[in-house]
Structure formats: C-alpha cells, structure tokens
Design a binder for this molecule. Structure first.
Ligand SMILES: [Zn+2]
Ligand SMILES: [Zn+2]
Length: 152
C-alpha cells in the first residue's frame, strides 16, 4: 500500500529469469525459493499477485515449494523493498514488484482484478488539500473499488 522510496529497478536484460544479482542488490542471499518467486513476479502477465497465485505457478512448474515458504519469501521481499504489499479490502494480500513510479489502483469487487492508474490532477489536488490542512504528506494510497468492464 505504501510507496517505498527504495525503488527497485526491473532488470532490463532478460526479465523472465531472475538473477542472484537482483537478490544481492536487495541485500538477500540467493536461495532457490527466492529465485523462483522473483522470476515468477518478473515474468507474470498479471502484475498484482497473491501468495496463492505464485504458489499455483510453482505447482504448475512442479516445484516443491510450499505456500508457507512463498508467503515467507514475499514478506522478506517486502522488507527488502523488492515488492510492495497491498491489503485491498475483501482481497487476499497481493504483491507487486517495486519497480514502477507511484500509481493508484482500481480493484474489481467481482473478479478481484487490479487496474493501475495515475492522474496528475488527483496527485496535485491531494497536495493542495493537505496544504490547506497544513499537513505534510509522506505517502498516500488511493484505491477505487467497483466493477471492471469484464464484469459489468
Ligand atoms: Zn472484474
Ligand atoms: Zn500497482
């Protein structure tokens, strides 16, 4: 939910293969589960994934890595600033790579799909509202809940 300033750049060479370098850069030792989870996050078409989603891909790939391990690895990634955790209402926690600039989210209450958006007018208006309250914004998370085009 929080935008971490420790932005982690997506490796621009081969995005489908996570490298030990990526983990080292985040201050994490290389282990097979970490490499596997990172490479799934990096190659996934869906950007926002729950631990269960990652676990399902591991099962398809015949990897014997348990759901508890996936969850632990994702939490370690979060602590290392590699991923951002979102606790969207009514949803399991989802994780996304911390490799993009700030953006906000729209969550479908029917299918759980997550759409990203950014609107400079909203960003500006938030600054303005905060200023009028003499409030210093350090961070913000804006999530819209509704029904996506597919579910309408
Ligand atoms: Zn939907
Ligand atoms: Zn996002």
């Amino acid at each position: 939910m929080l935008y971490s300033p420790r932005k982690f750049p997506r490796p621009d060479s081969d995005t489908s293969v996570a490298k030990s370098e990526d983990l080292k850069q985040a201050g994490l030792k290389t282990t097979l589960p970490r490499l596997k989870v990172l490479s799934i996050m990096e190659s996934s078409q869906v950007r926002h994934l729950s631990a269960e989603d990652v676990y399902k891909v591991l099962l398809e790939e015949d990897e014997s890595i348990g759901l508890a391990t996936v969850y632990r690895v994702l939490t370690q990634f979060e602590d290392a600033g590699l991923v951002i955790r979102h606790n969207f209402e009514g949803e399991r926690a989802v994780f996304e790579l911390n490799d993009e600039d700030h953006h906000d989210h729209m969550v479908c209450v029917e299918c759980g799909s997550v759409t990203e958006f950014i609107d400079p007018r909203i960003e500006e208006l938030q600054e303005k509202v905060a200023r009028s309250h003499r409030f210093n914004i350090q961070d913000h998370a804006l999530t819209l809940y509704g029904v996506c085009t597919h579910c309408q």
